[in-house]
Ligand binder design. Structure first.
Ligand code: SUG
Length: 452
């Protein structure tokens, strides 16, 4: 049965804001303190999904998370009535309010790593939710993400959703943003990018910016996914790339099937990597390589041409790139060369996701790729696949619930918090997800799960 690359986009959450929470992510630190527009952000995301669906790609959605996350603040010793907790955090620990209010779950390339049934030892689709240990605001996503993925991929005969790796710097895992699956014929190769070996300072790592993913985590994820060794390749992210602001592999590389768009500073020893890929796949691959002279890493980090979606549409591979790449001459010239030179690429499109880009999240960050058969899709445990009626329903929902301005001072507003819970409750009904949020689940255990 044919595998389709389903794209599960993260719906931007109602607290989308610019809090400067991610050192090493230049857009995040550079836009800290700016006023955001959550309504524009969510509508840009829905418009991108609609566009991708229009190219013939099956499109799914993953919901935003409960934010501000009161169980997180309570786990840190804040107590009393909910409004009091919010006021106390804002007054006494404003940085923790930003951590507990981030809408970062929108970047679902970081939600999990996925291996499709035909690649795995037991023939099931395997999913490892990412622990996102490297950044405190992102580590809060793992518990809800795991529940959401289990609600969707609920059929144990087809799908296995594992627990995230243990929450320690040794096992720091950023999900599919550091993972590329190439395929030719029946053979596939999973390339896992990592920036440091383990939890100790790594002399071969970046000098300035944090390396988020450990090699130990990548190897563990590959094992959990039940991938045979011949389908696994671990590749070190180039330290110069991380220091230039490429905090994930997908800032400097994107692959699909037998096509691989790669910047010189994505991986150390790129030629050895391509040779290995060709050997393992038993076939040639189309590499569109960007040297630093053609496309400086600084431009690639600012304009995100490699954070494009490279989509296997019925008429060939099509690139959906961020509008910033269209406006940046070097990035645009590179993508145009890729589209002109690589016979497998049949289209190049630019979309505006600027609200997300300002926090370092391009089109590819906003989606998790999950290869599924039509039969798998028919057996999903929730109503998360979208058609035009679904897009319209989400737009209507977002217009009713989202603000068009948000900044740090608003995050403590109890009305924002209460409105968000109402919005998320309505959304879980719309998507038939069940009780996935702490506020929907009874008792203290539920709250403790969230922040463990
Ligand atoms: O983890 N930004 C995200 C961006 C994630 C991009 N994902 C991929 N490359 N796949 C991050 O750094 C910024 C939030 C803030 O500063 O308000 C943030 O979390």
């Amino acid at each position: 049965m044919t595998l389709h690359e389903v794209n599960f986009d993260g719906l931007v959450g109602p607290t989308h804001n610019y809090a400067g929470l991610s050192p090493g992510n230049l857009a995040s630190t550079g836009h800290a303190g700016r006023v955001s527009n959550p309504r524009a952000a969510v509508l840009q995301g829905i418009e991108k999904m609609r566009f991708v669906a229009g190219l013939g790609i099956r499109q799914g959605v993953l919901p935003p998370h409960e934010r501000p996350l009161l169980p997180f603040f309570r786990s840190l010793g804040f107590s009393g009535a909910d409004e009091h907790v919010l006021a106390e955090v804002a007054a006494r620990a404003p940085q923790l309010l930003k951590v507990g209010a981030s809408a970062s779950a929108m970047w679902t390339a970081n939600a999990a790593t996925v291996a499709p049934g035909p690649d795995t030892r037991d023939g099931r689709l395997h999913v490892v939710p990412a622990n996102l240990t490297a950044m405190p605001h992102r580590a809060l996503e793992a518990a809800t993400t795991t529940r959401v993925l289990r609600a969707i991929f609920a059929d144990p005969g087809r799908f296995a959703v594992h627990d995230p790796l243990p929450g320690s710097p040794l096992f720091s895992d950023e999900g599919a943003a550091n993972h590329t699956r190439l395929a030719a014929g029946q053979m596939s190769l999973h390339i896992f990018g990592y920036g440091r070996v383990d939890h100790r300072p790594d002399p071969a790592g970046p000098a300035h910016n944090p390396a988020r993913q450990s090699q130990v985590a990548s190897a563990s994820v590959a094992r959990l996914l039940q991938l045979p060794d011949e389908r696994v390749l671990l590749a070190r992210q180039h330290p110069a790339g991380i220091d230039a602001g490429a905090f994930h592999t997908d800032v400097l590389a994107v692959g699909c099937e037998d096509v691989f768009l790669v910047h010189a500073h994505a991986f150390t020893q790129p030629d050895a990597l391509f040779d290995q890929a060709r050997r393992r796949l038993g076939a040639d691959i189309h590499v569109v390589f960007a040297a630093e002279a053609e496309l400086p890493a600084a431009d690639a980090v600012a304009a995100y041409p490699f954070n494009s979606q490279l989509l296997p549409t019925p008429t060939g591979l099509q690139i959906v790139a961020p509008a910033e790449s269209e406006r940046t001459p070097t990035a645009r010239a590179y993508l145009e060369r890729a589209a002109a030179d690589c016979p497998r690429i049949t289209g190049l499109h630019f979309r505006d996701v600027n609200q997300s880009m300002n926090n370092g999240g391009g089109p590819a960050c906003l989606r998790l790729r999950v290869p599924l058969t039509d039969d798998d899709i028919a057996h999903l445990g929730a109503r998360v696949m979208l058609d035009e009626d679904g897009f319209v329903a989400l737009e209507d929902w977002a217009r009713r619930h989202y603000r068009d301005r948000l900044q740090a001072a608003d995050l403590a507003d109890p009305t924002l918090w209460r409105d968000n819970l109402r919005a998320l409750d309505e959304l879980t009904g719309l998507l038939a997800l069940g009780a996935v949020y702490p506020f929907q689940r009874a008792g203290g255990d539920a709250a403790r799960d969230e922040v463990r």
